[in-house]
Design a protein around this ligand. Structure first.
Ligand code: FAD
Length: 357
């Protein structure tokens, strides 16, 4: 242990050790990347630093590198602060945890709110002026910038574990068993620094989410307290709000299913979040993916107006239970006009998907 305030070092002994060092934002090592005005969001302090910079310097032009959850949430926040915002995304579409057809619905909204989306474009370097950022250079253009947010993902912070020779796996995340024990006796690990087991692909994966970290923390606490608890695995269930839209996703997306060599069908429907005659009923699009041969649900995605995102939890429970899309049609889902059409949009999507088999 090093006391960062005074540099003092000491050894602390343990009976049981929990490693929960989290993740670090990926920061490309390119010219200008250490200039003032470049931020990466990773914790409360880094969020506060961006807010203080915006309050103090009143930047006009913001460039965000990466169009995932954090990049797009930051785009909305900076548009709200009156800035001209550009997002650079290497892939053909933003929000890579959705299939491109669903992500395109979000992209339309993001652009409608004035954000310049530069897709299929890669970040190359930062131009500086007196040590501060002046512009961002991509393979296609130079975009003037007063502030830059690097949001190209995170990697597990496992330097400590590596030094202690604790075996690492997928993307250098710590390998743990069902009880969240590492391969070293009396050392446990949880959260953004560990490798997870994907409940649908049945393969190792790395998914950094607060939901997972919380559940894993509970499991380790129970185990260290003398109980016997196991963490079954993850499905990448996540939600997010983007301007006036919400998104949710769980399970496998098309490219992951193809990589597994499975044949699949997909069904996409557009319905409403409330009964159609009810004031403020909003649009909701639901997509389900199922194995062609068995009808087994493999994943689901939702994009829609207020009240859409949390409906992904119905799909997550169905996925966790291993049901088929045919079985999903008759799930006993609720209805009242202020909350849903008679046919819940998830059940309507199940009907469409089942009809494709
Ligand atoms: C901007 C942003 C938005 C997010 N939004 C969501 C969301 O909406 N939903 C969701 O599910 N997840 C979200 N997440 C992810 C979520 O925050 C993380 O998955 C979660 O915090 C992981 O918890 P953790 O305890 O594993 O790691 P952390 O919360 O990162 O905690 C790790 C701690 O360990 C400390 N540490 C590291 N190394 C050492 C060391 N050597 N010695 C001492 N201390 C050390 C770090 O400083 C840090 O404080 C978001 C993340 C970010 C950055």
């Amino acid at each position: 242990v090093i006391n960062l305030n005074n540099g003092e070092q000491r050894w602390e002994s343990y009976d049981q050790l929990v490693i929960a060092t989290g993740a670090l934002p990926i920061r490309p090592d390119v010219p200008g990347s250490d200039a003032a005005g470049i931020y990466a969001l990773s914790n409360l302090e880094s969020g506060i630093a961006v807010k203080e910079d915006v309050d103090r310097k009143k930047p006009q032009q913001a460039v965000i590198v990466g169009g995932g959850y954090i990049g797009i949430e930051m785009a909305e926040a900076l548009v709200d602060r009156g800035m001209d915002v550009s997002v650079i995304e290497m892939a053909p579409e933003i929000m890579g945890t959705l299939d491109p057809d669903m992500a395109a619905l979000l992209a339309k909204t993001v652009e409608r709110h004035g954000v310049h989306l530069y897709r299929e474009e890669s970040f190359e370097k930062i131009e500086t002026d007196n040590g501060a950022v002046r512009a961002v250079v991509t393979n296609k253009r130079t975009i003037p910038a007063d502030i830059v947010i690097m949001a190209i993902g995170v990697r597990p912070d496992t330097e400590l574990a590596r030094e202690a020779e604790i075996p690492l796996g997928f993307k250098d995340a710590i390998i743990v068993n069902d009880r969240l024990q590492t391969k070293v006796a009396n050392v446990w690990a949880a959260g953004d620094c560990v490798q997870s087991f994907h409940l649908v692909s049945r393969k190792p994966t790395y998914i950094a989410l607060g939901t997972v970290a919380n559940r894993q923390g509970r499991v380790i606490g129970a185990n260290i307290g003398g109980d016997y608890a196991v963490f079954p695995g993850v499905m990448g269930t996540a939600i997010c709000k983007i301007f006036d839209l919400e998104m949710g996703r769980t399970g496998l997306q098309e490219k992951e299913i193809r990589d597994l060599g499975l044949e699949f069908v997909s069904g996409t429907i557009t319905s409403l979040t409330q009964a159609e005659y009810y004031p403020d009923a909003g649009k909701i699009t639901v997509k389900l993916l199922a194995e062609r041969k068995t009808g087994r649900l493999l994943g689901g995605q939702i994009v829609g107006e207020r009240g859409s995102a949390k409906r992904i939890d119905t799909i997550a429970v169905a996925l966790h239970a291993g049901v088929t899309v045919e079985e999903m049609i008759n799930l006993d889902l609720s209805y009242a006009p202020p909350h849903s059409p008679v046919w819940d949009p998830v059940a309507t999507a199940a009907r469409k998907t089942a009809s494709m088999i």
